[in-house]
Ligand binder design. Structure first.
Ligand SMILES: Nc1ncnc2c1ncn2[C@@H]1O[C@H](COP(=O)(O)OP(=O)(O)OP(=O)(O)O)[C@@H](O)[C@H]1O
Ligand SMILES: [Mg+2]
Length: 390
């Protein structure tokens, strides 16, 4: 991890106004994605993964409120962009692949046409992507088969492993299998020449064998096209296979962040440890998998403190204090930067036993939490000042 981040999210909070009250779906998360990396976001159903992605692209319903100290992409603040500017960003600089390919494809347009259209609108095409020429192509003439955009569509279909791309390009989505359709969606996502692809459970609707192929395809394309990928999944096996760094999400918060290797070798958060223990292993002699008992808490009027504490077998007196991020050091990796866990067991003033349970909390523990809270706030004040002086 080096250089400037491509995407920088600082204290993102997204809530929904509902009849039952305010749902705090994303509750103050911060992370960065660097050029050329696959960044995984993993967590149980309802943990806020999709809402995070949709917040970045401002694709949420009107009952939502999105707030953040910063959502910067290539150094530009996305939250201050107008609708028209965001439309350029979506499908252009940032494209999104959803779980179900049929929702992303237009059933009455050929697949070649759909990819060519994205290319004209977002990539540096010399063909006009303006309204009337587009309408004419869509409904009257179709894209000229010799044009740059059509040729690019065929090239991309070939790239994502569609056989006979010239013929397939003239077919409609229903003529393709689910796996093929998801490949088309990937081709479409690449057509705008994006710097970041957000893939939200891109293979969940597919067979396991096809899933592996598609994920490999995505990772290969990442190198070829020099894009970063934010891969959202609830499957730790997928994370292990594909990601460079991972954030573990729970009840709208990020519990742990680390490189893929560090996370699997030395998970530090009890929730991450629980998740890893619940994966079946080939060498298993356990009769039952270790499941984490209980359920994700209600996100309406969420109490402060760790949202996992009611399910955690190592909860202790500090777990109702505000969550702060602690740097944790992995034995496998002497560089402490980048591995963080939001768990007070990692407070320097909390002593733990061999089982990782808190046995003594010394006076400095609360002061350390306070100073971390001030550190975050202070950092923000410093940044606001910096912004004002420009
Ligand atoms: N439009 C909405 N109105 C109210 N609540 C919503 C809305 N959209 C999402 N939520 C709530 O926000 C929380 C996070 O949802 P989200 O879809 O991000 O979860 P997820 O981690 O993507 O889960 P999954 O793995 O099932 O896709 C859930 O409690 C969900 O019910
Ligand atoms: Mg989701």
């Amino acid at each position: 991890m080096s250089g400037e981040p491509l995407l920088e999210i600082d204290n993102l909070r997204t809530s929904f106004a509902t009849d039952r009250g305010t749902v705090d779906a994303v509750d103050g998360i911060s992370f960065e994605i660097y050029p050329g990396e696959v960044f995984g976001v993993v967590g149980e159903s309802g943990s806020g993964k999709s809402v995070t992605a949709l917040s970045l692209l401002q694709l949420l319903d009107s009952n939502s409120t999105i707030e953040a100290d910063a959502v910067r992409f290539k150094g530009e603040d996305l939250l201050t962009k107008s609708d028209a500017e965001m439309q350029d960003v979506r499908g252009g600089e940032i494209s999104m692949i959803f779980q179900d390919p049929s929702t992303s494809l237009n059933p009455v347009m050929t697949i070649g046409e759909q990819i060519a259209e994205v290319y004209r609108q977002h990539a540096s095409s010399t063909e006009s992507g303006r309204f009337w020429p587009e309408m004419k192509r869509k409904y009257i003439t179709g894209t000229n088969k010799k044009s740059e955009s059509w040729q690019r569509a065929i090239e991309l279909l070939d790239m994502v492993g569609i056989p006979d791309p010239e013929v397939r390009a003239t077919e409609y989505p229903h003529q393709l299998s689910g796996g093929m359709r998801q490949r088309v969606v990937i081709a479409q996502a690449l057509a705008g020449d994006p710097a970041l692809i957000i893939a939200d459970e891109p293979t969940t609707a597919l067979d396991v064998s096809i899933e592996a192929q598609i994920l490999n395809e995505l990772v290969d394309l990442k190198d070829e096209y020099d894009v970063s990928i934010m891969l959202i999944t609830h499957d730790l096996g997928v994370v292990r296979e594909t990601c460079d760094r991972v954030a573990v999400m729970y009840a709208g918060e990020l519990m742990e962040q680390a490189t893929d290797d560090d996370l699997f070798a030395e998970p530090h958060h009890p929730y991450t440890q629980g998740l890893l223990d619940s994966i079946p292993r080939i060498t298993d002699d356990r009769e039952w998998l270790d499941v984490i008992e209980g359920a994700v808490p209600d996100l309406i009027d969420k109490p402060q403190g760790c949202p996992f504490r009611d399910r955690c077998n190592r909860a202790f007196e500090m777990c109702d204090k505000p969550l702060v991020e602690y740097d944790v050091r992995s034995e496998a990796n002497s560089d402490p930067s980048g591995h963080t866990a939001c768990c007070h067991l990692h407070n320097d003033h909390v002593e733990t036993n061999a089982d990782g349970k808190a046995i003594h909390v010394s006076e400095g523990a609360h002061a350390e939490v306070e100073s971390k809270l001030i550190e975050v706030k202070g950092d923000k004040i410093a940044r606001t000042d910096g912004g004002d002086s420009q």
